[in-house]
Design a binder for this molecule. Structure first.
Ligand SMILES: [Zn+2]
Length: 355
């Protein structure tokens, strides 16, 4: 089989990928990926699955690879407990799937995410994971190797996936999202190297709508809407932007608390989820204010160079505005009051044009 293109080109966790390339040549029954959230274990596990099913060892471009990466291929079963509790029936269905012959590939891959939450039903799957049919490979993904899954762990080849290094993450973001290194650094710092948080931060919804809201905030200079009214409109808009994130946080937390009342998962998990969402919310709000500032700068730049005939003077005037706004944004980054910064930004935007 040819070497996996996807694994060899993966910029994250190079040394682990080299190991996976070797495993893919003669795979054993069951693999278990473990490590902290946001380390990239799911990305690696999925790419590993393509290398097991693709006729070219994980080319990344055939229908098999695309199917596996999007979770839609007849020989690839993906189970997760992220939104529900796994019942005995679910576990039995999974065992039946593992015993089916492959459909179009030469083997079948059964991938189970958040296996930590399967511990109640793990005994049902134990024998199959230990000795699956020759054509089936299990890929199990867990946060940590807790004692409740010790028996399963002992049956698998374990692969530890820690948080990625900054340089790896920067290359990954350039490779997968074409993000320039400077912005990548900014994202990595804000997300504290948590890849899940970075991906969440990148989902940039309704860009056009957001721009038009900012346009409106600064518009009709000297109009009826007071500075206070405009500031409040921005604060409401920021709440609106993070509302969905908060909704997701709450549903994840209530699910965790329900599980905790039944004895799992470990206590630290709730705090980890709270911290992760707090970072996403802070970043989303800050990014939005930065977007509003960039929009304002663009507009003032146009005004300066069209209203002032002396280009040198226009440049000096514009540089002053840039300095004022950059200063506001750096205060925001260092934790100054959000509302105060927004008010000052709007003041720059709506006061009589300096040009
Ligand atoms: Zn392929």
């Amino acid at each position: 089989m040819s070497p996996s293109k996807l694994l060899s080109e993966m910029p994250l966790h190079r040394s682990i990928c080299s190991k996976l390339e070797i495993f893919a040549e003669a795979p054993t029954n069951s693999y278990l990926f473990y490590g902290p959230s946001g380390g990239g274990k799911m990305e690696l596990a999925r790419v590993f699955a393509t290398s097991l099913l693709c006729p070219d060892g994980g080319c990344g471009s055939c229908t098999t690879c695309k199917g596996v990466l999007s979770g839609n291929h007849p020989d690839f079963s993906f189970e997760t407990s992220s939104n529900r509790r796994i019942s005995v029936d679910d576990a039995r269905a999974l065992v039946r799937k593992a015993h089916l012959s492959p459909n179009s590939s030469h083997r079948r891959v059964v991938m189970i995410d958040e296996f930590d939450n399967f511990s109640d039903v793990a005994p049902i799957m134990l024998k199959t994971i230990e000795e699956p049919p020759l054509t089936t490979v299990f890929i199990i993904v867990v946060g940590e190797l807790s004692p409740s899954i010790a028996t399963i762990v002992s049956r698998c080849v374990t692969i530890e996936v820690p948080r990625a290094e900054d340089d790896d993450l920067t290359s990954f973001l350039q490779f997968k999202y074409s993000i320039d290194p400077h912005r990548a650094r900014d994202l990595i710092d804000a997300a504290e190297r948590d890849l899940d948080v970075i991906v969440e931060m990148l989902s940039d919804e309704n860009f056009e709508r957001r721009i038009s809201i900012w346009e409106n905030i600064y518009s009709s200079r000297g109009g009826s809407q007071s500075l206070l009214g405009r500031t409040k409109a921005v604060m409401d808009f920021l709440d609106d932007i993070v509302a969905q994130v908060i909704e997701r946080r709450d549903s994840e937390l209530s699910k965790l608390k329900e599980m905790q009342s039944k004895g799992s998962p470990p206590k630290g998990v709730v705090k980890e989820v709270e911290d992760r969402y707090a970072r996403i919310v802070r970043f989303r709000r800050r990014s939005e204010i930065e977007l509003g500032a960039r929009f304002l700068l663009e507009r003032l730049k146009k005004e300066a160079f069209s209203n002032i005939s002396d280009q040198l003077y226009a440049n000096i005037a514009y540089e002053q505005i840039v300095a004022t706004i950059s200063n506001l944004l750096s205060q925001l980054r260092f934790g100054s009051d959000e509302q105060m910064i927004v008010a000052q930004l709007i003041e720059v935007g709506v006061k009589k044009s300096p040009f």
